[in-house]
Design a protein around this ligand. Structure first.
Ligand SMILES: [Zn+2]
Length: 260
């Protein structure tokens, strides 16, 4: 999400919106045309695009969503697809929100109502100094919840999806269903997770961004079911964290990450 925010920032910030189409029932009346974009920030998986009249466009990609950038006037900027839910264009770039999971326009000073329930953002610069302790205390309050579910719980700490749940658990040889309180060196696990995510954000940039990165290419375990573990050769397995309808796939090596 940090990468998506950066891409939107590069395309929109400091420029006047000449086109604003919000194809969302609760936002139909909201028109951002003529406003200058001040910034786009991410918090966890939420994206906050602020304009200069004190409003914020809040979007969330959920599983399938993405923001794509096209040059204004090019065929890709038409925004005619049935799943394009938002179009924001200036004289140079047009941003297209495809298959968005949430969209609202709120007063900027009320962004807290959208994100106030979230735990500290793992990608925030302050995470190592203040966010980590806050996250650990929120996790401790959850008792014996499986560590994979704690990592996915945006109200414990915000920003981690299924990839960045699976990968650090593999690196640290933790069975995903270990109760969080029994994980050896939980702070170390969170900092490993953050390190992987920071590296991923910094290693790639480009005009097209999607909600989830990776898709099994170059990953240790994520999306590699049945393929040999990169460490021991055992076929990677796919389990499930959380209960329906909130369940998410978790990939792991049954040997390297055997329950202790
Ligand atoms: Zn293995």
């Amino acid at each position: 999400m940090r990468r998506t925010a950066r891409t939107l920032d590069q395309a929109l910030t400091g420029r006047v919106l000449e086109r604003s189409e919000l194809r969302w029932p609760s936002a139909v009346g909201a028109d951002l045309t003529g406003r200058t974009v001040v910034a786009t920030r991410s918090y966890g998986k939420h994206l906050l695009t602020r304009v200069d009249d004190g409003r914020t466009l809040h979007t969330h990609l959920r599983m399938e969503g993405s923001w794509k950038i096209a040059r204004t006037g090019s065929p890709g900027a038409r925004g005619r697809g049935p799943y394009i839910r938002a179009v924001l264009g200036n004289g140079v770039w047009t941003a297209l929100g495809d298959r968005l999971g949430m969209l609202d326009v709120v007063p900027t000073d009320q962004e807290g109502t959208l994100i106030g329930h979230l735990g500290p953002d793992i990608l925030d610069e302050a995470f190592p100094t203040t966010g980590l302790d806050e996250a650990l205390s929120r996790i401790a309050a959850r008792g014996s919840v499986p560590v994979a579910e704690v990592l996915l719980d945006q109200t414990a700490l915000a920003g981690i999806g299924t990839i960045w749940t699976a990968e650090p658990l593999f690196l640290r040889r933790v069975w995903p269903w270990t109760p969080a309180e029994k994980v050896p060196d939980l702070p170390g696990l969170l900092m490993t997770t953050r390190g992987l995510m920071v590296r991923s954000v910094e290693s790639t940039s480009g005009p097209t961004v999607t909600g989830e990165v990776g898709r099994g290419q170059g990953s240790y375990v994520h999306s590699r079911m049945g393929r040999p573990c990169r460490r021991c050769g055992t076929p990677i397995e796919r389990g499930v964290a959380r209960k329906p309808p909130m369940e998410r796939p978790i990939f792991y090596c049954p040997r390297c990450q055997a329950p202790r």
